[in-house]
Design a protein around this ligand. Sequence first.
Ligand SMILES: [Zn+2]
Length: 114
Amino acid sequence: MHEMSLTEGVVRIVEEQAARHGASRVKTVWLEIGELSSVEPDSMLFCFDAVARGNPLTEGAVLQILRVPGTAWCMDCSESVSIAQRFDPCPQCGGHHLTVTTGDEMRIKELEVE
Ligand SMILES: [Zn+2]
């Protein structure tokens, strides 16, 4: 399951940031997941519980997932448009000269620590 390795990566970043802030425990992690990414939020929640448990820093931490809608820049329209899938055509002109601007990323937005 590719969410498991992604989750391990997230927990590693959480550990680094918590250490930098001198935190002893992480209570909440806000994770942004773009709607165009192939990451399944439900799988991330499941894996996070499994990875966080047994780690004194993240034991009992809550993962809050924020979905980031997909947007792209259409070169033909010279406008930013909304897309639901990565290889969708432009909803305005039907063209494929799109560059994804948001929605394909996954990043930690915020941490609540003690
Ligand atoms: Zn267009």
